[in-house]
Design a protein around this ligand. Structure first.
Ligand code: PMP
Length: 398
């Protein structure tokens, strides 16, 4: 599929960092250009043709995204700039206003910092108690541990559907079911899952879903919060200013209804439009095909890595994963590994991938991560292996 992605006109490049951000297909890049050349205007800020057109692009995309993730009729979609902003919206608007010192928030130790730090802030401000679910020996959420931590004071459970470091698909359906039996709400961060497989927000029935477009082929600058409308109606606005209002007087403002209430300020219409194009692109290829390509490559990668005695992989026996592989070269820091791979134009992620608590839990100081996209090929793996052999040579490993 490399031909769809102009960045790969540079044939020497081996991009294995899709979990950080996906590359953009030609259709998305040319669509951005087209928007600025033909339609650029401030959405909803005028009654002229271009402004109306931009507003309708946003509303059409809203419907398209809701359909794509199978949001139920009682859910609404708020556009944000990314997943982080969507989680912060919930933390500021729901967390600070509906939680107190008697409340408990449960997080997974495998969460991305974007789904930890806002809750620490809420906990500091409201005195709500933070608790963590830990993992079993296969890297899955330990559901028995979770059951012990859930109680009548649990007000919110916030986890991700797929762990960005290990690629493990967590048992979120059980987490949601048990939370609801305890009258707790659930925020499911689907940033990593949405890149790889079909989302079914209605079936999973979480209360808040968050994700970024840039990990699923759209441009940067667009993300979403999809949430039960009944909750959004009760929550106060997060960003205050233009367009999220109904009437403004000198000392008083009434707010617009959901979702506009949460969309203060000028929207990034070009980015939002690119999300619609990215969705069409995924639909055209199909998630089945994406998954087939990525999982075939992952299988080859694991076979090749197994031949290198100085490499250790994490939780890769767990079959319930998307095509993301975390590993280390024994006794070599991940940044050193990445530095050497960079000389081979092999681009992987090194460090802690915004999952410091997970790394502490796994008792490692950092890791390397390979994450596949639909555009990867076997050659990317062979070049990676060549680079890793060089790492072995440089550090005299056997
Ligand atoms: N959650 C998960 C699971 C992620 O992988 C990421 C990005 N690495 C985020 C949240 C944050 O996404 P963004 O930086 O686009 O807001």
């Amino acid at each position: 599929m490399k031909k769809d992605f102009p960045i790969f006109k540079n044939k020497d490049m081996h991009y294995l960092d899709t979990a950080a951000t996906s590359q953009k297909p030609d259709v998305v890049i040319s669509d951005l250009k087209k928007y600025y050349e033909k339609s650029n205007a401030n959405a909803g800020r005028g009654s002229h043709e271009l402004s109306i057109l931009s507003k309708s692009i946003i509303e059409d995309t809203r419907e398209k995204v809701k359909k794509f993730v199978n949001a139920s009729s009682n859910m609404e979609l708020v556009f944000t700039k990314n997943c982080t902003e969507a989680i912060n919206l919930v933390a500021y608007s729901f967390g600070l206003n509906f939680l107190d010192e008697n409340s408990e928030i449960i997080l997974a130790v495998s969460n991305h910092h974007a789904n930890i730090v806002p809750w620490q802030f809420v906990s500091e401000k409201t005195k709500a108690k933070l608790k963590y679910i830990y993992l079993d020996s296969e890297g899955n959420l330990d559901i028995d541990d979770y059951k012990k931590k859930l109680n009548k004071n649990t007000k919110l459970v916030a986890i991700s559907s797929v762990v960005n470091t290990t690629g493990i698909i967590q048992d979120y359906e059980t987490v949601i079911k048990l939370a609801h039996e305890n009258n707790a709400l659930v925020l499911l961060d689907v940033s990593q899952g949405i890149t790889h497989y079909k989302q079914d927000f209605s079936k999973w029935n979480a209360d808040f879903y968050t994700f970024s477009g840039h990990k699923m082929f759209s441009s940067f600058g667009v993300g979403a919060l999809v949430a039960k409308k009944e909750l959004l109606d009760k929550m106060p606005p997060f960003l205050l200013g233009g367009d999220m209002i109904e009437y403004v007087e000198e000392h008083k403002t009434t707010y617009a209804s959901v979702p506009t209430k949460f969309e203060g300020g000028t929207m990034d219409t070009a980015a939002i439009k690119s999300l619609a194009t990215a969705i069409s692109y995924i639909e055209e290829i199909s998630y089945e095909k994406i998954n087939e390509i990525e999982k075939d490559l992952e299988k080859i990668l694991l076979e090749e890595l197994a031949k290198l005695k100085f490499v250790e992989t994490y939780y890769t026996n767990n079959k319930n994963r998307v095509a993301v592989v975390a590993f280390n070269v024994k006794n070599v820091h991940s940044h050193d590994v990445s530095y050497i791979l960079d000389q081979y134009k092999v681009f992987i992620r090194s460090g802690k991938h915004c999952t410091d608590p997970l790394h502490k839990f796994m008792n490692i100081n950092s890791s390397c991560r390979v994450s596949f996209g639909v555009y990867n090929e076997k050659e990317d793996i062979y070049k990676l292996i060549e680079g890793l052999k060089k790492v072995g040579e440089v550090f005299s490993l056997e």
